[in-house]
Design a protein around this ligand. Structure first.
Ligand code: NAD
Length: 416
């Protein structure tokens, strides 16, 4: 494997390419290369054995020219400030490409939630909110779930914030459980948005997807729903799916509902009776029609991009493809749906959740899906049009759309 790339450097590099293509004003470019604010917090948490453990966390607000910052909170042992900076900047572009009145933010805590009891996890979640409370809020910066954080964690965080504020503030965080002001349709919205993008990509390429194959890296919130919805909405059969412990494969298609039960019961896809275990690294180069990275950053690299056989790569994960790999995929004619378009369904329904919280009036699941489809389809078309206009890969095209909108807002505010 090649050297692990720094995600923030990659994000800056990607912006640099788009800036050149669109002839971006150098001052605007310099402004957009950096987060506008970032906070580092230290969190003492009482553990079950009576000891106190010190955790470190971050909250980064990349750019809020278009509106309050928006972005998830990750609980991960390998979290770094640079990963959070990169993810915050991708949130800026994601909100902009979807036309949402929101900026980009991200947060994280260095921890291994799998090694924490429920009580420890709750105390850590509440400690994080106490530490960042003065920097977030419904008109300032609105967190959401991300890797290894859940609706339950959002519920604890909202409760801590409400307790501190002495009032009900459901719109300060999204991805909440339904009884606490969550939105219908939020649970599978990231995957659903990605599946709508795959549908649009197939239309664009003139491909029929019914009965075709898909491989998914990552069997979490995003990947699991993508397997289900890929089958339900497009007739795609998921032939392989992996997690951090291994990969399971069945050329005839996996029974994704049974696989989900197996994963919940055992904690992994490995050992699933309806398929065979294969090395996880093989998943990315399987002979499939659609490849969906839905786990972590830097997975498709210069080392394996030449062996990717899929016609469509749908990036449900953030930052799964390095710039070197991007170029290889583009030159080989692989159609990449870039992360901040492909996985924008989650933030779009998060935005719907904020709107519903503000009105204290809740929509049906059908209404949420209809509005999500409208937004995803329009954004896909805007990116495809930019790719045609500039004759560039979809990622660069998506950047030109997003950066153009953020740059205009910065200018109209008089910042540059
Ligand atoms: P999750 O924690 O629910 O699941 C992550 C999955 O990836 C787990 O199954 C884990 O075992 C697996 N994984 C970790 N390392 C792996 C590896 N090296 N190989 C294979 N699998 C591995 O997280 P999620 O919410 O599903 O998020 C996954 C990706 O999607 C992340 O990049 C996240 O930023 C992105 N994303 C998620 C959402 C959302 O709403 N959940 C929204 C936008 C983007």
């Amino acid at each position: 494997m090649g050297e692990k790339r720094n995600s923030f450097e990659i994000a800056q590099q990607q912006l640099g390419v788009a800036a050149q293509v669109m002839g971006l004003d150098p001052t605007v470019h310099e402004l957009l290369r950096w987060p506008m604010r970032e906070y580092h917090v230290t969190l003492p948490v009482r553990m079950d054995d009576g000891s106190t453990q010190i955790f470190h966390g971050f909250r980064v607000q990349h750019n809020d020219a278009l509106g309050p910052s928006k972005g998830g909170i990750r609980f991960h042992p390998d979290e770094t400030i640079d990963t959070i900076r990169a993810l915050a900047s991708w949130m800026t572009w994601k909100c902009a490409v979807l036309g949402l009145p929101l900026g980009g933010g991200k947060g994280g805590v260095i921890c291994n939630p799998k090694k924490l009891s429920a009580g420890e996890l709750e105390r850590l979640s509440r400690a994080y909110v106490r530490a960042v409370a003065r920097f977030i809020g419904e008109d300032v910066d609105v967190p959401a779930p991300d890797v290894y954080t859940t609706p339950q964690i959002m519920g604890w965080m909202m409760d801590e914030y409400a307790t501190m504020s002495g009032r009900s503030v459901p719109g300060m965080i999204t991805g909440k459980p339904l009884p606490l002001g969550g939105s219908a349709g939020r649970h599978d919205s990231t995957a659903r948005g990605g599946i709508y993008c795959i549908r649009e990509a197939a239309r664009h390429l003139g491909l029929e997807l019914n009965g075709r194959s898909m491989a998914i890296q990552g069997c979490g919130n995003a990947g699991q729903y993508a397997a289900i919805l890929g089958g339900e909405l497009l007739g795609l059969k998921t032939v392989a799916i992996s997690d951090s412990q291994g990969c399971v494969y069945n050329a005839d298609g996996l029974d994704v509902a049974a696989l989900g039960q197996h994963k919940r019961a055992t904690g992994s896809v490995v050992g699933f009776a309806g398929g065979e275990d294969v090395p996880a690294a093989d998943l990315l180069t399987l002979d499939v029609d659609v490849l969906m990275p839905a786990a972590i950053e830097n997975q498709i690299t210069a080392d394996n991009a030449g062996q990717v056989k899929a016609r469509i790569v749908a990036e449900l994960a953030n930052g799964p493809t390095t710039p070197e790999a991007d170029e290889i995929l583009y030159n080989r004619g692989v159609y990449v749906i870039p992360d901040f378009l492909c996985n924008a369904g989650g933030v779009t329904v998060s935005y719907f959740e904020q709107v519903q919280n503000a009105y204290r009036f809740y929509w049906s699941e059908e209404e949420v899906y209809r509005l999500l489809d409208e937004r995803m389809t329009a954004s896909f078309a805007a990116v495809a049009a930019a790719a045609d206009k500039y004759q560039v890969p979809n990622r660069v095209a998506a950047y030109t759309v997003a950066v153009g909108r953020v740059a205009e807002a910065c200018k109209l505010r008089g910042w540059v």
